[in-house]
Unconditional design. Structure first.
Ligand code: HEC
Length: 203
């Protein structure tokens, strides 16, 4: 019986410690709001069918790069159905997910770009899959000044299952060069221009 009481007390202590840890987390984040799930950072896996999603911007040509550490790339960006409900001038709705396929480009043995008949670089192997998604309150996982609204960023190897967890702060740094008026989304304006000309699906 004593042993039983002892373990109950142990469980209670554990419970209190857990609650205190959550409370401390909330205190640290009080300026940016507190989410009861703080401590469990959300994750988004690569959705199985994302290449059937509405295209956001396709064939973004990053074959010529001034940064020697970044290999030449071509990027395809998909937007999930929830995201297509966005109206121009507004932020993307909660539940929006972007998936970006990052491809290498075809080069000859000397590193010269191989061009198609129209003079465009051609996709090579998939290098990475990058995602960003938002849910209400996800900004609680970032210090206020370093958050891009409620967006969080995720990266995967081309196998779509091996997650890349290093370098995620760099995603915020670069997307932070944008601002709330485009919801920290590159090509925000291009998207609406394309949607107006019915080049991409609208809701
Ligand atoms: C050096 C700047 C830079 C860094 C670092 C960066 N991005 Fe981006 N990201 C861009 C640009 C620019 C685009 C738009 C595509 C283009 O024009 O190449 C983009 C687009 C995206 C998109 C498509 C939605 C949109 O805004 O157009 C996703 C998803 C994305 N990035 C995720 C990530 C993730 C995840 C990381 C970190 C692993 C990351 N990015 C790091 C510059 C950056």
């Amino acid at each position: 019986m004593l042993r039983g009481e002892g373990s109950l007390v142990g469980i209670f202590r554990l419970f209190v410690r857990k609650r205190m840890a959550v409370a401390a987390g909330c205190l640290a984040w009080q300026l940016v709001g507190c989410n009861s799930a703080i401590g469990v950072t959300p994750n988004i896996q690569v959705p199985a069918n994302y290449r059937n999603w509405p295209p956001f911007i396709m064939n973004v040509d990053r074959a010529t790069t001034s940064n020697p550490t970044v290999p030449p790339q071509i990027r395809d960006i998909y937007l999930n159905q929830a995201g297509t409900a966005v109206q121009e001038g507004e932020a993307f709705p909660d539940g929006t997910v972007f998936v970006m396929d990052v491809f290498g480009v075809q080069q000859d043995g000397s590193g010269n770009l191989q061009l198609d008949d129209n003079g465009h670089p051609m996709k090579d192997k998939l290098l990475k899959i990058l995602l960003m998604g938002k849910e209400l309150g996800w900004n609680a996982y970032r210090p206020a000044l370093l958050s891009t609204g409620d967006w969080l960023y995720f990266a995967y190897q081309p196998d779509a299952t091996t997650q890349i967890t290093s370098g995620i702060d760099g995603c915020f740094d670069c997307h932070l060069t944008l601002s709330a008026d485009v919801d920290w989304v590159f090509h925000y304006k291009d998207y609406f221009a394309a949607r107006a000309s019915a080049a991409v699906a609208s809701p």
